[in-house]
Design a binder for this molecule. Sequence first.
Ligand SMILES: *Cc1c(COP(=O)(O)O)cnc(C)c1O
Length: 220
Amino acid sequence: MHLRDRVIRAAARVDRDPDTVTIVAVSKGFSRSAVDAAYDAGFRVFGENRVQEIREKYALPCPTDAQIHFIGSLQTNKVAQLLPFIHLLETLDRPELVRSLQRHLEPQDRVLPVMLQVNISGETQKSGASPQAALTLLEEAISAPNLSPVGLMTMAPLNADEATLRSVFGGLRTLRDELQERTGQALLSLSMGMSNDFEIAIEEGATHVRLGRALFGERS
Ligand SMILES: *Cc1c(COP(=O)(O)O)cnc(C)c1O
């Protein structure tokens, strides 16, 4: 079954409008021609996680209706190089990064949409702010005039069982609800679910599913 049909079925199971779910085509590790083919097949949002790879791959810009989401961990010394290429940062994970982004965006008079990456599962090797740190991080992002917080992002543990996946994805949604309530900031986007678990993520409220292997095949 085509990916889009799997999205539609998962959304239907929980009475959601499938148009509220965006597939982020995770093209990291794949060539520009793979991106262009995916664009021709109708995908418009691409996920990348390495600054150097982005600079090479998108030296020739994509059509203006394509968007690049950065989904990797971002060092502050790479912010200036990255900003010209991306439309949204999914991995805002620490106050230091808020300050660096604000400093670079302000002179350009540019507002960047961001998602806060939260480590819901608590695995120590996972990046992302802890759920406890998320409120402070969100408040910092709200007070940065050139950042626009739009939602939350998380990664589930690899090879987790369904109950664990549901508790991680449901946990991100619950945290989102709490943060919205406490700050008054609308956080409509929930980026969660990858090739192995995106249907469960959609049932739990994902607005963005990040699909690499399911779309492009195995990375070498
Ligand atoms: C690589 C990656 C994905 C895509 O993973 P697949 O298993 O290939 O679908 C999604 N999100 C992030 C943050 C990634 O680094």
